[in-house]
Design a protein around this ligand. Structure first.
Ligand code: BGC
Length: 735
């Protein structure tokens, strides 16, 4: 049967049963057995069919079968055995817009760092379930979601897609998002495995790191997220890792992922990341979007290899079994997508809730915020605030109905030009401010000219400047300045008016040379489909800001492990990132090793502009009563009290600050608590023993001796400390 027949049938048959009862997927061992039985019934031609994906868009000679939604990927199913086709869409931040090829509209969630700033796994779960529901309604059953690369460089172009710089935080939040997605019987990936923190020369740069440092940082984030979320698939990264391409790395895929961690799902390649058929022997199970590779490596070539080489013959059995296992474990076969309209209002409500919890109040001199509803003249400057809110670029880009309200092309040449645009969602902060201050005169200036903005500022009671930094997949930023002269506009306005609020919409950390001259600073990240409303709600105090930074904001790039962006001097900025033939770029991550972000700042005793974990509130919190228990299942307990006058939420953070080896800084536990004025809550949080250990040649090792912990308001504002005795413990993965 031709593949398109199977999928057209799939969509048609099930579109009628919009309220069909969900079928529960088989538990682990039952999914194993079912996958083994189905795999045994496959022909080799059918096995490799499951291992070869195309981009589901009409380009590069691909024929998208009728009824299959345009999306990032498509893998034909096998009708005679009831194996569904896999229909894939990008979805880290919402079902993607595909450069406008699909204009059906989807909820755009806030950026990954906004979600990370919520420190709220439950919210991640809710966001994941929402996206999966929308994806299902559009005919998709696989989400290319779960971006959890650690932010190692604040200039990384895709930082906005990721959750933060700490392995526990990214692992728990990323795992919760995956669990939320898969609760709707849609497979989720975690990506990009691994050590893919920058975009410059992304197809060839070689990320170098020692095993121990790797296991305790980026790999630990994946390991925790896999345990929490049980993703059906892992997407390997574009870059090389310690030599081989990540998607052809035996050490990473066969070694760490499948052998050590016992991962049972399948590894799909990133789009255009496969170089040869022997990647299959290194542990890659599926070639994705094969039009983007130089050749189809996993179709006919894999079949031919299996016919002449026993190793491939055995391998295609394991590879196809893994795909089947995830289909069954997530219940994709029994719960096919049902095409239906999406609930735009429900999606918007979730997007606004996430934006509200993710916004970080960085500065609030003289309690200038929340704004008084009595302000008479409010000036709003810049950032297209009259129209909408900024979003990040690349494959993760999603758009609501009607597409972007403003779309500024950033690149005119090349195949990726259509997706390289600075896009704004239809959620105007200006309108939302006007709605909250109906008696005020609210004036807007576009901020192109500092003098014009400053003149208008002279007559205002309050000035709100919207500053933006667009970042995108494919390109890193050369430095951390706000582009286009925005620093000058803020400085000029701050000279003219002493009540200036700066709202940042940035991909990640930026420099703030005007910090001391303004009253308040709110980091709104890319705030998603209802970002304008969410910003206004924070500015006027309807929502009490509770976001805490998931990344360190450096005071200067000189403080970073690599003050110069690797490759900035040798690699042409280019979305595809293949570079010139034979071009190489080694990036040495052993400089910081496992001490990413705040850990590096602690090691170097550097003071950042704003620390990891930092964020202000309109109320006050007392954090007290830290107690840590040792033993095989250590825990941390603490109490948070709201001692101010407003409802608010705080994130209790516990850091390991000393081990028998010396000083250290590691987040080992956290908990977000919502509190009424005067209310106190005590929480007990488990401490993952891997966070107390070092990775050694013998596995994880906790040395016997005293360990000291501190309750923190942030990674560099440590409050109470306690010590606990731990006995030596060494453990490793079953070989
Ligand atoms: C990105 C992936 C994405 C894929 C499919 C790649 O360029 O790196 O994150 O899922 O494209 O669109």
């Amino acid at each position: 049967m031709r593949p398109w027949l199977c999928c057209a049938a799939l969509v048609a048959v099930h579109s009628a049963g919009a309220f069909a009862r969900e079928a529960s997927p088989p538990e682990g061992a039952a999914a194993d057995r079912k996958a083994a039985a189905t795999e045994a019934a496959l022909t080799d031609e059918e096995r490799v069919r499951l291992l070869n994906g195309i981009m589901a868009v009409p380009f590069g000679g691909a024929v998208v079968p009728e009824g299959v939604p345009f999306g990032a990927g498509y893998i034909a199913g096998i009708d005679r055995l009831g194996i569904p086709a896999l229909t894939e869409t990008d979805a880290s931040l919402g079902v993607s817009y595909l450069g406008g090829i699909r204009r059906d509209g989807a909820t755009a969630l806030p950026s990954g760092l906004a979600m990370g700033a919520s420190w709220n796994p439950e919210l991640m779960r809710e966001g994941g379930a929402l996206i999966a529901g929308e994806a299902h309604a559009k005919g998709f059953n696989v989400l290319l979601a779960g971006g959890i690369n650690l932010v190692r460089d604040p200039r990384g172009g895709r930082n906005f897609e990721y959750l933060g710089e700490d392995p526990l935080h990214s692992g728990l939040l990323g795992g919760a998002a995956v669990a939320g997605i898969q609760s709707r019987h849609v497979i989720s990936t975690l990506k990009h495995f691994a050590l893919n923190p920058t975009e410059t020369g992304r197809q060839f740069h070689n990320a170098i790191i020692a095993d121990g440092a790797f296991r305790m940082s980026d790999l630990l984030a994946f390991e925790i997220a896999i345990e929490q979320g049980q993703p059906g698939s892992i997407m390997c990264a574009y870059n090389r890792v310690n030599g081989p391409q990540a998607c052809g790395s035996d050490a990473l895929l066969n070694g760490v992922l499948k052998r050590d961690w016992g991962y049972k799902g399948w590894v799909m390649s990133d789009w255009g990341a496969v170089r040869s058929t022997d990647f299959a022997l290194a542990g890659l199970d599926q070639q994705s979007g094969s039009q983007l590779d130089a050749a189809v490596h996993f179709g006919k070539p894999l079949l031919d290899a299996a016919a002449r080489d026993k190793r491939y013959r055995k391998q295609i059995g394991d590879m196809s079994r893994r795909v089947l296992r995830s289909i069954y474990a997530v219940g994709v076969d029994a719960n096919p997508p049902v095409k239906a309209p999406i609930d735009v209002a429900a999606g918007a409500a979730v997007a606004q809730k996430i934006a509200g919890q993710g916004m970080v109040l960085l500065q609030n001199r003289g309690d200038i915020l929340p704004l008084a509803a009595t302000a008479k003249r409010i000036l709003v400057v810049g950032g297209y605030a009259d129209a909408g809110v900024l979003s990040g670029g690349g494959s993760s880009q999603s758009q609501g109905e009607g597409g972007p309200v403003v779309s500024l092309p950033m690149v005119a040449e090349g195949m990726f030009a259509p997706i390289m645009a600075q896009n704004y969602h239809r959620s105007s902060p200006l309108k939302a401010i006007r709605a909250r201050a109906p008696k005020a005169e609210v004036v807007y200036r576009d901020g192109r000219y500092a003098a014009d903005a400053a003149l208008a500022a002279q007559n205002a009671d309050i000035v709100i400047v919207f500053a933006t930094q667009w970042t995108t997949e494919g390109l890193d930023v050369p430095d951390l300045s706000l582009p286009g002269g925005q620093d000058d506009v803020i400085a000029a306005v701050a000279k003219a008016n002493s009540n200036v609020v700066v709202v940042l919409q940035t991909g990640g950390p930026v420099m703030m040379p005007w910090q001391r001259d303004v009253g308040a600073i709110v980091e709104a990240w890319y705030p998603g489909a209802r970002g304008g409303e969410a910003i206004a709600a924070v500015l006027f105090g309807d929502v009490n800001p509770s976001g805490r930074l998931p990344v360190t904001f450096p005071a200067s790039v000189a403080q970073l492990p690599r003050p110069a962006l690797p490759g900035a001097d040798s690699v042409e900025p280019d979305f595809a990132g293949y570079g010139k033939p034979g071009q190489t770029l080694d990036i040495d991550y052993n400089i910081e090793g496992a001490d990413v972000g705040y850990r590096w700042f602690a090691r170097k005793a550097e003071k950042p502009l704003y620390a990891f974990g930092f964020g202000l509130s309109y109320t006050r919190f007392d954090r007290l009563g830290l107690a840590v228990s040792g033993g095989a299942a250590p825990t941390a307990s603490f109490t948070i009290r709201n001692s101010g006058a407003r409802d608010g939420a705080d994130v209790g953070q516990v850091y390991l600050v000393e081990t028998p080896q010396g000083k250290i800084r590691r987040l080992v536990a956290f908990s977000r608590v919502d509190l009424k004025p005067g209310e106190a809550r005590s929480v007990t949080v488990p401490i993952d023993p891997r966070l107390l250990a070092e990775w050694t040649a013998r596995g994880w090792k906790i040395s016997g001796g005293t360990y000291r912990f501190a309750l923190g308001a942030s990674a560099d504002e440590l409050l109470e400390e306690v010590g606990v005795q731990l006995t030596e413990r060494i453990w490793n993965y079953a070989k």
